[in-house]
Design a protein around this ligand. Structure first.
Ligand code: NCD
Ligand code: ZN
Length: 346
């Protein structure tokens, strides 16, 4: 008999939904697998104020396919000039569930990010006081620091002093990619957590260059050495409350990926759960999958767990081919496009 696995419906604690046609093309994939998702605010221009987030949330709601139950959880994009009182209002109105800190110019659409975390101390104080998580893109932007070391240097130079000064602030090290990051989170208190992506669990940095350069495997933080991938797998399947699911699905049109200066971002929404399930299966840890996918995230965010269930079956599936972005004539290349996967969401 085909093996099946029924778990509480999961949430995606790190998602780039984009806007307009691109959002309408990708949203159904996420809404088919996840009940809620933390929506990243790095639009152009970014989602900075409570008003920005309300209007983005309205656009998301009007793009959700009919009869589909999906709740976007909004975040604010932190800048040097973010108004702490506007954030406080957005938090108390339950518009914002978190605030995202991008170091200026660290990644796609982060030009308005934070130039020095000390400039945001008044905001951090509001977050700490209101028990609202700070979500960090954990890479320094100094071009003199090797791209493979930027997470570790960020931890040493920014995260350690910041988390010491705001010692009860909830912090999520988003899309952790290194053993150093995993260790930082494990050694931290109950207020420190990390999301882990499907792609960082299955590729190491060699995959990006296997047989040539593979732009669709380029994302930030970039995939690291094998020892780091193994540390991420061990963390994900450990069942520890501080690690939970966040896809970092980050769609870019093929024309922006396959170019002289290709964008960072992997579009994994169509098969994210299947890939995670495969990893837990390979690690003989399917009994801990529900914690990682459905319990640890809501517990950290102080939100109820979902009451619906979802079933996966080990009947095999295939990651879809190219996906059209209507009206632009451009397409998206899903992660592992055309590859066989063991599991399928049914
Ligand atoms: C993200 C994007 O495209 O918005 N890209 C990525 O490689 N992950 C930004 C981000 O999360 O760094
Ligand atoms: Zn991201």
């Amino acid at each position: 008999m085909t093996e099946t696995l029924t778990i509480t419906k999961p949430d995606d604690w790190h998602l780039h939904l984009r806007d307009g046609d691109l959002m309408r093309a990708v949203l159904p994939y996420t809404a088919a697998q996840f009940a809620r998702a933390i929506i990243m605010p790095n639009l152009v221009p970014p989602v900075v104020t409570t008003e920005d987030a309300k209007s983005y949330r309205d656009r998301i709601f009007s793009s959700i396919p009919e009869n589909v139950d999906f709740t976007p959880l909004m975040t604010a994009y932190l800048t040097d000039n973010t108004d702490p009182e506007d954030l406080r209002a957005g938090i108390s109105e339950k518009v914002f569930v978190g605030v995202k800190m991008y170091p200026a110019n660290a990644t796609t659409n982060s030009a308005h990010g934070v130039t020095d975390w000390r400039k945001t101390e008044r905001v951090l104080a509001v977050l700490e006081e209101t028990n609202t998580p700070l979500l960090v893109h954990g890479e320094v932007t100094d071009q003199d620091v090797d791209i493979f070391d930027r997470e570790k240097v960020f931890i040493d130079e920014i995260l350690l002093p910041l988390s010491k000064k705001f010692s009860t602030l909830k912090i999520v090290l988003e899309h952790v990619t290194t053993k150093d990051g995993v260790d930082f989170v494990k050694e931290g208190g109950k207020n420190i957590a990390a999301t882990i992506t499907p792609h960082h669990l299955v590729i190491n940095r060699n995959e990006i260059f296997r047989g040539g350069i593979r732009p669709h495997l380029y994302c930030l933080p970039i995939a690291k050495r094998e020892k780091h991938r193994l540390a991420l797998r061990a963390a994900a399947v450990s069942g520890k409350e501080c690690f939970f699911l966040g896809t970092d699905s980050a769609p870019h049109p093929i024309s922006s990926k396959e170019s002289e200066c290709g964008c960072a971002g992997i579009f994994n929404a169509p098969t994210a759960l299947e890939i995670y399930a495969q990893v837990f299966d390979e690690e003989n840890a399917l009994d801990r999958f529900e914690k990682f996918a459905s319990f640890n995230g809501p517990n950290f965010y102080n939100l109820p767990v979902n009451d619906h269930k979802i079933t996966l079956s080990k009947q095999g599936s295939e990651s879809p081919d190219l996906i059209e972005i209507s009206s632009t004539g451009d397409q998206l290349m899903p992660f592992l496009s055309g590859k066989e996967l063991a599991w399928k969401v049914i």
